[in-house]
Design a protein around this ligand. Structure first.
Ligand SMILES: [Zn+2]
Ligand SMILES: [Zn+2]
Length: 469
């Protein structure tokens, strides 16, 4: 009797505790999402294709130009040169009307950065910023947003189970992000962070720069190109077949991160972003065989300089072409890679990227690594200054004019006769932060016949799948 009483008490306490920790109601219908297409631009140009209601006024097939003045958007519609003005201008499509925005930059700060015209479904919001710039936002339903994301992130010729796994991952990531955005800004995962102390700068990056919309259209959030490219039937089907399905852990939608290629071991959340353990984002071997985590510099050398069996160990350009959208094929050596710098060149890059003059560069010393071999804290030693930099993205930014593929690397220094460093050779593993789903690994698993559910459970430890609408 006593035991039963205690058990009931314990259970009710646990329930109470759980409801305090997880008080959120999960969504039960498809959310709307606001995607920033152009941000902080001097002007926005484009075209309304078909009929629209523009701030309540009927407009049909019209080119437009928007700029900002005195906190208002000034919208000129052609050919009539009609001018509309407002703090925000909302263009709501009638029926299947679309809009086109000109000169949209994609791949911002990446080696493949380029501009193109892009076409979208849904509403167009033009917003004025106080600094005199214009922001263009696309309001659309989550599911049609996803169809576009999937077809931009992955080649629609990729295996169906991969497209489905990616649809569930992207859907979970975005809704989890929206939910956190609605809470306090200082809540988990929402703020970028910086810890700066004497000679040390640790930074991590999040989405806090987006104040007027939920996500941007670029790799910073998820690649979104509207309907510029016709959404292939397979991508649309992958989204449709997983409609409303989410990764869920302990009553919450998972913050399902993903990256290009882990390099054989995925990384744990807290080593890339803030120090918080996320059980479903802990490190796993991305391989049909077991690999122990990297725990020491010797481990890191052994791991990174070897060529271990892993799902993302793919070098066949033919296979990659089937998985990845065209502009990603430029990078084929991502599983194990090498970058060599002359000392002077690396000194110049470091000065340009960090604003710190290190003088004569003497060494790059990893102080702390995560289980995937990614460096969390790197000591940069020079004749004028020595700094410790972290976390992984900041390291990648400091050591390259674009982005280093990953922070999982070992350094060898070639010195001249006097002992001065002449060359720095970085030998690395993987592409991206390494947390969560490994896109190329997932693609290969799907190739081998694994189902979307198996793939998701492999990368997101302990997470479950739930259909919420
Ligand atoms: Zn973004
Ligand atoms: Zn991988």
């Amino acid at each position: 009797m006593k035991n039963a009483f205690f058990n009931t008490l314990l259970n009710s306490n646990r329930l109470l505790k759980e409801s305090l920790i997880y008080p959120k109601m999960m969504i039960s219908e498809e959310p709307k999402i606001h995607v920033g297409i152009l941000d902080r631009c001097r002007e926005a140009r484009g075209r309304l294709n078909g009929s629209f209601l523009v701030n309540g006024r009927f407009v049909s097939d019209s080119a437009f130009h928007a700029e900002s003045s005195g906190g208002d958007v000034i919208l000129t519609l052609f050919p009539e040169n009609e001018v509309l003005r407002g703090g925000q201008i909302i263009c709501v499509p009638a029926g299947a009307s679309t809009f086109t925005l000109s000169n949209v930059t994609i791949g911002i700060r990446f080696h493949w950065e380029r501009k193109e015209d892009q076409t979208f479904q849904g509403s167009l919001l033009l917003l004025a910023r106080k600094d005199g710039t214009v922001t263009a936002v696309n309001e659309t339903g989550l599911e049609s947003y996803l169809a576009s994301v999937i077809s931009s992130e992955m080649n629609p010729g990729a295996p169906m189970e991969l497209l489905k796994a990616h649809a569930v991952t992207s859907r979970s990531w975005i809704v989890s992000m929206l939910e956190r955005a609605r809470e306090e800004k200082h809540e988990i995962g929402m703020t970028s962070g910086m810890i700066e102390r004497e000679g040390e700068r640790l930074r991590w990056y999040s989405r806090e720069d987006h104040d007027l919309f939920d996500v941007c259209a670029d790799d910073h959030c998820q690649r979104y190109q509207g309907i510029t490219k016709i959404i292939p039937e397979r991508a649309a089907r992958a989204v449709e077949e997983t409609r409303g399905v989410f990764l869920v852990d302990r009553g919450e939608i998972c913050d399902a991160r993903y990256h290009k290629a882990c390099g054989g071991l995925t990384e744990s959340f807290e080593n890339v972003w803030e120090n918080r353990e996320v059980s479903y984002l802990s490190s796993i071997p991305d391989s049909p065989v077991q690999h122990p985590p990297v725990r020491s510099e010797e481990d890191a050398e052994g791991w990174i300089l070897s060529d271990p069996d892993a799902w993302c160990r793919v070098r066949d350009a033919h296979v990659l072409r089937r998985m990845l959208p065209s502009f990603d094929q430029e990078t084929v050596d991502f599983f194990r890679w090498k970058v060599a710098y002359d000392r002077e060149e690396l000194e110049a890059i470091l000065k340009e990227r960090s604003g710190i003059d290190f003088g004569v560069l003497q060494g790059l010393v990893p102080l702390e690594r995560g289980p995937s071999g990614r460096i969390i804290r790197l000591k940069i030693e020079g004749s004028k200054a020595s700094w410790v930099v972290g976390k992984e993205l900041e390291i990648r930014r400091w050591l390259s004019r674009s982005h280093l593929l990953s922070s999982a690397f070992v350094v060898s220094v070639e010195r001249d006769a006097s002992g001065t460093a002449a060359h720095f050779i970085l030998s690395g593993a993987g592409w991206g932060h390494g947390v969560g789903l490994c896109q190329i690994g997932a693609a290969m698993m799907a190739e081998e016949g694994f189902k979307a559910e198996d793939i998701l459970k492999h990368y997101f430890l302990g997470a479950e799948l739930k259909k919420l609408y």
